[in-house]
Design a protein around this ligand. Structure first.
Ligand code: FAD
Length: 487
């Protein structure tokens, strides 16, 4: 039988393992950490459980698809529910919006809160659905690096409709044109951060993102985000995939022709394989694992997505005004993004995201307590003075929360852990600690991501957030689908 080695057990590595095993390969996953999942993992802090990374779960059908492909019932492995609220939004001036996922309810609340004209939300979300119809599968579900994928009717139609996709304006400009009210513009601008980009730079075509949140919906895995990882690892193991932990791959070996993979080097030993899938960040894959191969300079020099500072706080109190997802907006979004992407530093009034899984999964925190995942966007790691920036940011976050919730949150923090761009980089070997690989701050970003295969090396594939089609769980799953379809 043919065998395959997967380097890394991030979500895309696990999905690739499942797909190749189903295709008849004998698959081994080599993971440097002692646990699977990479960014999508969890940990406990005293009596509190935290999901370490992703907190927003959209497009669960891409997960179900893997179980179905294996002939299993997804519900035997993985359960999730649809969440009826998308987010609770808070502004410093006391304005709040409890956004429903349901479009009609959301629309009603928006017009009551902001006195906007009727139908503004419906129009915005139907535009998002339109963008998805025209370019969704074209850009996300296939390779952008094969000419044949462009020589079809769907592409021709998309090109004819290009004018309606807001490609020529920034997301911020498109939102201003569409929803006008500054707070609503801010709300729709925030979707740029779902792939670590800047709404003042990323093209309006990113107006596709609210389609997934509102037209398709937001979901919650009943055992927490980490159960996405654990249930897929269980499926992979049931199919016969072998996972080996605490094993960092040192090099990818090619055969004498230099045109075909031979295996990987690990602790001075060669493990042979017919197919190698790298789920390691593509930047480090070239720099560390393929030192003898000419690396694609332009691709590797693309601007990285934003990173983040996360405070995991066990909170000794309950806040009924908060939900699963909460946002406390900055007073000046433009300045915040300038700080992150131009000045490459932290802004002194950051937008704060608080995720509280114990709102749904009670066992994640002790009685009368909550597990707060408090995240602010940060620049990619370029060796800034993080210790200083973290302590300033912590103060700024606390004063913002205290102001809006009229509390003294610092006294309620029972336990704390911090993740920052440096530790994101070292834990999962993500170049500059970026959350989503390269940024989408240019019209051409989609075409400048590394493809899922390597044209002149047979048997070598690339998956995960740093390659096509991009970061975030759903796109990582699609990278595995595209890559393994070529194997
Ligand atoms: P990664 O998770 O990057 O894992 C790569 C794995 O490979 C790691 O386990 C690493 O140890 C291993 N590895 C690397 N090199 C080697 C080597 N040489 N040998 C062996 N093993 C190696 N996405 C969403 O969809 N929704 C969200 O709400 C969301 N929020 C996020 C919040 C945070 C704080 C972070 C960090 C990310 C968030 N994301 C979110 C993004 C999402 O987590 C990532 O896009 C996705 O999990 C990346 O998966 P991946 O397959 O690229 O692998």
């Amino acid at each position: 039988t043919k065998n395959a080695i997967i380097i890394g057990s991030g979500i895309a590595g696990i999905a690739s393992a499942i797909r190749l095993q189903i295709k008849g390969y004998s698959v081994t996953v080599l993971e440097k950490n002692s646990y699977p999942g990479g960014k999508l993992s969890s940990f406990e802090l005293g009596e509190y459980r935290f999901d370490a990374g992703p907190s927003l779960f959209t497009m669960p059908h891409f997960i179900d698809e893997l179980f179905e492909l294996a002939g299993k019932n997804p519900r035997d492995y993985f359960q999730y529910i649809k969440h009826d609220k998308s987010c609770h939004y808070f502004w410093d001036d006391g304005t709040t919006l409890e956004a429903d996922s349901d479009i009609k309810k959301l629309s009603k609340k928006v017009s009551e809160t902001f006195q906007t004209s009727e139908g503004i939300i419906e129009k915005k979300l139907s535009k998002a659905a339109h963008i998805n119809r025209v370019i969704g599968d074209l850009f996300l579900e296939q390779s952008l690096h094969q000419i044949k994928n462009f020589l079809n009717l769907k592409t021709a139609k998309a090109i004819l409709k290009i004018g309606s996709l807001d490609l020529h304006k920034s997301l911020h400009q498109a939102n201003q044109d569409d929803v006008k009210h500054p707070k609503l513009v801010q709300l729709f601008d925030r979707y740029a951060t779902y792939n670590g980009s800047n709404p003042y730079k990323t093209p309006g075509i990113m107006g596709i993102i609210p389609h997934y949140e509102h037209n398709v919906g937001t979901f919650f895995p009943v055992k927490g985000m980490n159960s996405i990882t654990t249930s897929l690892v269980k499926l992979a193991e049931d199919l016969g995939v072998e996972f080996i932990y605490n094993k960092q791959v040192d090099e990818i070996l090619l055969d004498a022709t230099q045109k075909r993979v031979k295996g990987v080097m690990i602790n001075g030993k060669c493990l042979e394989a017919n197919v190698i899938v790298s789920n390691m960040d593509v930047y480090f894959t070239y720099k560390q694992l393929l030192p003898k191969i000419k690396s694609p300079k332009k691709t590797l020099s693309q601007e990285r997505s934003s990173s983040a500072i996360i405070f995991y706080w066990g909170i000794k109190n309950e806040f009924p005004e908060l939900d699963l997802h909460n946002i406390f907006f900055t007073k000046n979004y433009k300045e915040e993004f300038d700080a992150i992407f131009q000045k490459k530093t932290m802004y002194n009034d950051p937008t704060v995201y608080i995720n509280i899984t114990s709102k749904i999964l009670k066992s994640d925190a002790p009685d009368n307590s909550e597990n707060w995942f408090v995240m602010v966007n940060a620049p990619a790691n370029q060796e800034q003075d993080w210790d200083n920036l973290i302590s300033e940011t912590r103060k700024n976050i606390i004063s913002k929360i205290n102001h809006v919730l009229k509390t003294n949150i610092e006294n309620l923090i029972a336990t704390e852990e911090i993740l920052d761009p440096r530790s994101i980089e070292s834990k999962t070997l993500s170049y500059q600690g970026s959350l989503y690989g390269t940024s989408s701050n240019s019209k051409f970003a989609a075409f400048l991501r590394h493809p899922n295969f390597k044209r002149n090396i047979d048997g070598l594939f690339f998956v995960g957030g740093s390659v096509h089609p991009g970061g975030g769980i759903p796109l990582c799953l699609l990278s595995a689908k595209i890559a393994t379809s070529h194997a």
